[in-house]
Design a protein around this ligand. Structure first.
Ligand code: DQA
Length: 145
């Protein structure tokens, strides 16, 4: 059994009602259902969300220790968290893929979103495709696991 961790950062627990013109109306629970339906036999998708940077970092350490491929929507942490960057580097350094994903295309939005401090250490980046960013992230993470 391969377990994929789908980790979500701050404010993503509000999906469905948060800025729907940008993020749409799907909730994180809808995302979890779709990914579980996509997952082939032998793959378990575990979706988590936190507004806490320390908790996200601990989850990434767990991914490194358990060799669990990661689909990561770092949300606003993307743009400033060096702690998260270093944690992603730990996971990728352990030979475990981390696919950074975004629902929206940060490059077409405010200037501060144009910078990701994580992309340089992530295995790959997918953005701007709504829920398909998660679905493609899952495929990519498994292909590199
Ligand atoms: C996001 C983009 C980020 O800039 C933003 O802070 C989010 C969500 C996305 O999925 O499009 O919270 O990561």
């Amino acid at each position: 059994m391969t377990r994929v961790l789908v980790l979500n950062g701050p404010n993503l627990g509000r999906l469905g009602s948060r800025e729907p013109e940008i993020y749409g109306y799907l909730t994180l629970s809808d995302v979890a259902t779709t990914l579980s339906e996509d997952a082939s036999e032998g793959v378990e998708v575990e979706l988590r969300q936190t507004d806490d940077e320390g908790e996200m970092i601990r989850w990434l350490h767990e991914a490194a220790d358990t060799s669990s491929p990661v689909v990561l929507n770092p949300a606003a942490f993307t743009h400033y968290s060096y702690g998260l960057r270093d944690a992603v580097a730990v996971v990728v350094g352990a030979g475990v893929p981390v696919i950074e994903i975004h629902l929206s295309n940060p490059h077409s939005r405010e200037e501060f979103r144009h910078t990701s401090v994580l992309s340089g250490v992530a295995t790959g980046v997918i953005a701007g495709l709504g829920i398909d960013s998660y679905r493609l992230g899952l495929v990519a993470a498994l292909r590199r696991a």
